[in-house]
Write a protein that binds this ligand. Structure first.
Ligand code: NAD
Length: 498
């Protein structure tokens, strides 16, 4: 019998009382790594109430001490960087290099949280009336909640709880039930860094447990990253229960290739950006919009993609890993079939893909479609697999129109040697992250990141710099200080207003 994944309740890693479990599966082998219990409603209640109790003291811990916790945590995460990447690669399947990047991006957010005293500075105006000052303080909300997806098992939990906790909140985390093992290790290290009992709680589960958190009268703010339909449900349910909600959802990212771009740079960059991580990235490039003669580079791109093969996380020659699950694999293969059925030209078909020695892995080879039109299912749906859809247009204007008509707006990029084309693109495109001669503009915590349009719902203070605003309230105080001498007798100048 493989191990059961623990919950974290009031500082203790405990076995759930639930008999209902889901297997955590290595997607390259189908080995069962663990069983994740779906927490009982009683356990969800304990987690929330424990976090509410811990908030009473945690909110009063001096801000520099909270920053020091983050400094200790950052050091521990760096020390355990490769170990975390290995755990992550086992249950998610991504290559070791990719897994290390996943952990590193999370560490950068913890580094940002070390700066919390500066991030929490309020504002002051002295003497709004004689002897009266007004100033604002930034205060923690209370119990915050995080619900995370399978594709970044380290980075995305680390987007959420470190900053929320550094701001003085307590946190209930519900990691993806498909990849919960990395989160367990992240929280063991947080405890080791000195996080007091109850400040972060972890429960496992799916809809039932998430709904209990969304509707609980004690929870104040909900951070979600995942697919569009689930994001819409979470946004609707959370806001209906008057919570503050931010939902990072699905994507369909376009890159625009101008004929004046550097061909080698385009081809080399597009290979990794389209099929890297098996296309299971919210910032993956899934649509290439070729402008004018740049379409002539497509055969070379296809040739390069033919040379990429998936494999085990520890295989240094593998370009990417397996898809996360059997149902995800079947869905991607069905969408490829649909693309062919609906008339797109399949230049490279990855459905019949195998990896030597790993017959049970969720393998899909690199896949490329050309002649894709916006009505096709493969264009409309987020495939979340190693599939690139190609479109051909005549002008930059048409390319911008294609990108702006998409219901998604997470990331995009343009390849060009023209400053004016690049300037126009970044100015007119309706997307949150824009790369210029950079295929995937990865979000950085000292900037802000929210997708536009259907890729994001809710409070725009979502990630990084401005997330402090999501996890806090502003309180404005106007004070006539008792020890300030009366204004009587002082020169009192008034200005007559017309
Ligand atoms: P998912 O929506 O299936 O699951 C995300 C989380 O929601 C999980 O914790 C899951 O347990 C929970 N959940 C699932 N069904 C639920 C329901 N009916 N009610 C309540 N909670 C539910 O997403 P996934 O497959 O794990 O992740 C892939 C998706 O995440 C893709 O669409 C990808 O684009 C998106 N994503 C977006 C970003 C971004 O920044 N915009 C980043 C990473 C991933």
């Amino acid at each position: 019998m493989s191990k059961r994944v623990p919950l974290l309740i009031n500082g203790q890693f405990v076995d759930s009382k639930s008999a209902e479990t889901l297997p955590v599966i290595n997607p390259a082998t189908q080995d069962v790594l663990a069983h994740v219990p779906l927490a009982t409603m009683d356990e969800v209640e304990q987690a929330v109430q424990g976090a509410a109790e811990a908030f009473k003291t945690w909110r009063n811990v001096p801000v520099p001490e909270r920053a020091r916790l983050m400094l200790r945590y950052q050091a521990l995460l760096k020390e355990h960087h490769d170990e975390l990447a290995e755990i992550l690669a086992e249950d998610n399947g991504k290559t070791f290099e990719d897994a290390k990047g996943d952990v590193w991006r999370g560490i950068e957010v913890v580094e940002h949280a070390c700066n919390v005293p500066s991030l929490l500075m309020g504002e002051t105006v002295e003497n709004v009336a004689n002897g009266v000052d007004t100033y604002s303080n930034i205060q923690a909300l209370g119990v915050c909640v995080g619900i995370t997806p399978f594709n970044f098992p380290a980075m995305i939990p680390l987007w959420m709880f470190p900053l929320a906790v550094a701001c003085g909140n307590t946190f209930v985390l519900k990691p993806s039930e498909q990849v919960p093992l990395t989160t367990v290790r992240l929280l063991e290290l947080f405890k080791e860094a000195g996080c007091p009992d109850g400040v972060v709680q972890m429960i496992h589960g799916s809809k039932q447990q998430v709904d209990a958190l969304l509707t609980h009268p004690v929870t104040k703010a909900i951070s979600f990253v995942g697919s569009v339909p689930v994001g819409e449900h979470i946004y609707r349910t959370g806001t209906h229960h008057l919570k503050r909600v931010q939902c990072f959802a699905g994507a369909k990212n376009h890159t625009v290739i101008m004929p004046d771009a550097d061909k080698n740079s385009v081809v080399n960059n597009l290979v990794g950006a389209s099929v890297g991580a098996a296309g299971q990235r919210c910032m993956a490039i899934s649509v290439a919009v070729f402008v004018g003669d740049s379409i002539n580079w497509l055969p070379e791109l296809v040739d390069n993609l033919k040379g990429v093969r998936p494999g085990l996380w520890s295989d240094a020659g593998a370009g990417y890993g397996p898809l996360v699950s059997k149902p995800a694999t079947e869905r991607v293969k069905a969408l490829i079939g649909k693309g062919i059925e609906e008339g797109a030209t399949c230049l490279l078909d990855g459905r019949d893909c195998s990896v030597e020695g790993l017959p049970d892995g969720n393998w899909v080879g690199p896949t490329v479609f050309s002649d894709v039109t916006p009505e096709m299912t493969i264009y409309q749906q987020e495939i979340f697999g190693p599939v690139l859809c190609c479109i051909h247009v005549d002008t930059l204007e048409q390319a911008i129109a294609v990108v702006n008509a998409s219901p998604y707006g997470n990331g995009t990029s343009i390849f060009t040697n023209s400053g004016s084309a690049a300037r126009r693109y970044q100015h007119e495109v309706e997307v949150g992250q824009v790369g210029i001669n950079i295929p995937i503009p990865v979000p950085l915590p000292f900037f802000s990141f929210t997708g536009w349009k259907g890729s994001f719902m809710g409070d725009l203070h979502a990630y990084g710099k401005q997330a402090v605003r999501f996890y806090t309230e502003t309180k404005t105080i106007t004070a006539r200080w008792p020890y300030v001498e009366s204004a009587a007798g002082q020169p009192n100048m008034t200005i007559a207003l017309k």
